[in-house]
Ligand binder design. Structure first.
Ligand SMILES: Nc1ncnc2c1ncn2[C@@H]1O[C@H](COP(=O)(O)OP(=O)(O)OP(=O)(O)O)[C@@H](O)[C@H]1O
Ligand SMILES: [Mg+2]
Length: 234
């Protein structure tokens, strides 16, 4: 069984369904990438997996346990870490305070984890006393990812981690994400840089109007002429 198995999710905001039977699965230690046009429901699907959206249908299983009815906070305790698309750092708090906030759910000593985050993102150690709001876009995204890692998640969910950063910083972030996956953490990531993200994806999802349009390995999606023409700009 897949580590994450979110199957047939239907739901939305109020009475309007945005997701129509959307299915997302991630294997242990693998990278799954969701791409698709603006407004396709990618962020909504992430919120549904994280428990921020009541589902009218479908289920979310994590490591064989049905967590469909679980609160986001309990999902964090179960091993989920989520970096939302917007407002993912506390801008008036220092880098280190942001990481401490990430550990809010832990009552053990989290300083080893903080050192691991600093090893992954050395620049954050240099800037640990600076306010997150003063950092560059790429550095802020590192804070957001680092904050989510503070609970030692087994599934890390990232909604557009490379939004607004330069191609070099994007490559750098993708390398770090691959490094995280190699430690056995599963990654579920939404990306606007579809081509580059699918290159590192064990599995790719093209989401359109709240439904899976294409599901395959990243490589196969990149090679599919129809996917290329319609979603990857040729
Ligand atoms: N809080 C909300 N309340 C009501 N409707 C919402 C809300 N958030 C999103 N929507 C609507 O749900 C649909 C899907 O939005 P969503 O943000 O999931 O798309 P997306 O694929 O993440 O888009 P983008 O690529 O722009 O991030 C859109 O029509 C959007 O207007
Ligand atoms: Mg979105």
């Amino acid at each position: 069984m897949s580590y994450l198995d979110a199957s047939n999710m239907t739901g939305g905001y109020g009475r309007a369904d945005i997701l129509h039977g959307c299915t997302l699965t991630v294997e242990r230690g693998q990278i799954a990438v969701i791409v698709g046009p603006n407004g396709a429901g990618k962020s909504t699907a992430m919120k549904a997996v994280f428990g921020m959206l009541p589902l009218r249908g479908g289920s979310v299983m994590l490591d064989g346990t049905d967590i469909t009815a679980m609160s986001p906070q309990d999902r964090v305790k179960k091993g989920m870490g989520f970096v939302p698309q917007v407002n993912n750092v506390f801008p008036t708090m220092s880098v280190e305070e942001n990481l401490e906030m990430g550990a809010f759910i832990r009552d053990d000593d989290f300083h080893d984890t903080m050192e691991q985050v600093y090893t992954l993102f050395p620049i954050l150690k240099d800037k640990r006393h600076q306010n997150a709001g003063e950092l560059s876009g790429g550095q802020r995204q590192q804070v957001a990812v680092g904050r989510a890692l503070m609970t030692q998640p087994k599934l890390l969910m990232l909604d557009e981690p490379t939004a607004g950063v330069s191609p070099i910083v994007m490559d750098e972030l993708f390398d770090r994400i691959i490094e995280v996956a190699r430690t056995g953490i599963s990654i579920l990531m939404v990306e606007q840089n579809a081509r580059q993200a699918l290159e590192i994806a064990d599995r790719g999802y093209v989401l359109v109007q709240g439904t899976n349009r294409y599901t395959d390995t990243g490589k196969a999606l990149l090679a599919d002429p129809e996917v290329r023409r319609t979603f990857l700009g040729g």
